[in-house]
Design a protein around this ligand. Sequence first.
Ligand SMILES: Nc1ncnc2c1ncn2[C@@H]1O[C@H](COP(=O)(O)OP(=O)(O)OP(=O)(O)O)[C@@H](O)[C@H]1O
Ligand SMILES: O=P(O)(O)OC[C@H]1O[C@H](OP(=O)(O)OP(=O)(O)O)[C@H](O)[C@@H]1O
Ligand SMILES: O=C(O)c1cccnc1
Ligand SMILES: [Mg+2]
Length: 544
Amino acid sequence: MNSSIDEDCQQNAVVQPLLTDLYQITMAYAYWKSGKSNANAVFDLYFRKNPFNGEFTIFGGLEECLKFLKKFQYSETDIEYLRSILPVSTENEFFEYLQSLTANEVYLYAVPEGTVVFPREPLIRVEGPLIVVQILETTLLNLVNYASLMSTNAARFRLAAGKLKLYEFGLRRAQGPDGGLSASKYSYIGGFDGTSNVLAGKLFNIPVKGTHAHSYVTSFCSLSEVTITELKIKSGVEKRDFLQQTKKWREKLMNTFQIPINQASDGEFAAFISFAIAFPDGFMALVDTYDVVKSGLFNFCSVALALLDFGYSPIGIRLDSGDLAYLSNVARNYFKRISEIFKVPSFENLLIMASNDINEETILSLNEQGHSIDAFGIGTHLVTCQKQPALGGVFKMVEIDEQPRIKLSHDVEKVTIPGKKETYRLYGGEGFALIDILQRTTEDSPQVNCKVLCRHPFQESKRAYVTPIKVEKLLSLYWCNGSICQKLPNMQEVREKVKNSLRILRSDIKRSLNPTPYKVAVSDNLYTFLHDLWLENAPIGELS
Ligand SMILES: Nc1ncnc2c1ncn2[C@@H]1O[C@H](COP(=O)(O)OP(=O)(O)OP(=O)(O)O)[C@@H](O)[C@H]1O
Ligand SMILES: O=P(O)(O)OC[C@H]1O[C@H](OP(=O)(O)OP(=O)(O)O)[C@H](O)[C@@H]1O
Ligand SMILES: O=C(O)c1cccnc1
Ligand SMILES: [Mg+2]
């Protein structure tokens, strides 16, 4: 996979100009034939509805879009292939023209990656020769839609989990290899603490984490399979009989808690001992293979106490089935009692990780019930975004050769907001964002402490004055003259951006159940401009 990462701009090699829909190429030919190639076009990339029944979205994928612009050029074999699929009547000069195309004359404005964004506002505005800007549509949408959806999903899990640790375990269930890599990357950006995906760890420098599977436990049947029985004392060189020590503890625990020994699995015990000998400093055990209470916890504690005797600090357990709230509380109580009875204070705080088909609602419900979980391992629901598998981002023309363009629809939500626009975020007291306002680029920006009339783009009666205490311009230039023209944040910085950006939203906008919508308005000037153009373009029907 590493070999498929383009060395020059560190982008997955599958991201290339032919990663597009055929209609971009056929339109390109028709534009070229009709002499429109170099018309100056402006397109907005935006979405119409927040995902996951929520009222916010995190913008992701910008860096990948910029890297794509950097390497945007058809190769000889690309052109050869296009020749083979376009009609034989396609003129040769067109292919020569295509081969000469680059993104050098394109300007790309965008909201910073990791920013919280809302429906209808441009996340990206692309300006340049019509043919090139049009051709970028599919690839840019592909790069932004899943990245933003995934970052948003991860951020929602983060909001639900509060300060608890979150690990992404989804590679096995992800939408193919590239979906898996993107999922790991954007879940980290959205607030996860690490991933089980080793390649993502290598490529993106994300902390990698993991425990072990049930198969590891079921591969052992009896204590005779513990082939190495000795372990070095952590602070010295001397090796001692670790197996014996674990057996001693098992006996002690059995007597103390009056547990019938025949119910605890020897195979599981053997598996835990062997894992602890292999990783004495990272002992984490999956305790639900047979029975959490009668076997798993009991075997884990016997091994963990022996590790403490040898000077090591065991990490904790993972629960992967059953009632996770109940079992985590049972485990914590067990740890506490052992900590008190045997005077091992650190035992009380052993880590309890939970996994198994966890989604945002499960975490919220567990919080309500009360639990003792410290960390979640989350796969399927996170990486497949099961609750909503796609963000409906679109790329629409808003201006050509300085003439505004509007796309009409019976569905008002689908009517485009014409013309080249800026977005401003207006803040009120307490540092919260109040409203985002779209304006024509020809208008002056809203001013701090000056009243701004904010209008609903489609409902005439909905309007309000806002006097901002801070005004933030959201779009800035990222690509011009063929190169990235501002310093891009690293992944850590984008992750911070997500955190800080969510802080400016009131909690009722972020809550999971029936959140309050955040307002996106248009200026009075843009309102009039939009509706005049709408009327101009909507034919008057005749009733008969
Ligand atoms: N206390 C809880 N409150 C709400 N949901 C929970 C709670 N505990 C577990 N869950 C969820 O309930 C579901 C249980 O699924 P299921 O019944 O298929 O698994 P299981 O029988 O526990 O495990 P397995 O089939 O792997 O043995 C999972 O999605 C899990 O995340
Ligand atoms: O449940 P997810 O959120 O997708 O998280 C990842 C799951 O992957 C592993 O299960 P495994 O592949 O062993 O399958 P199983 O738990 O369904 O049996 C692990 O034990 C988790 O349960
Ligand atoms: O490390 C783990 O515990 C893990 C990794 C992937 C999937 N499920 C669990
Ligand atoms: Mg599972």
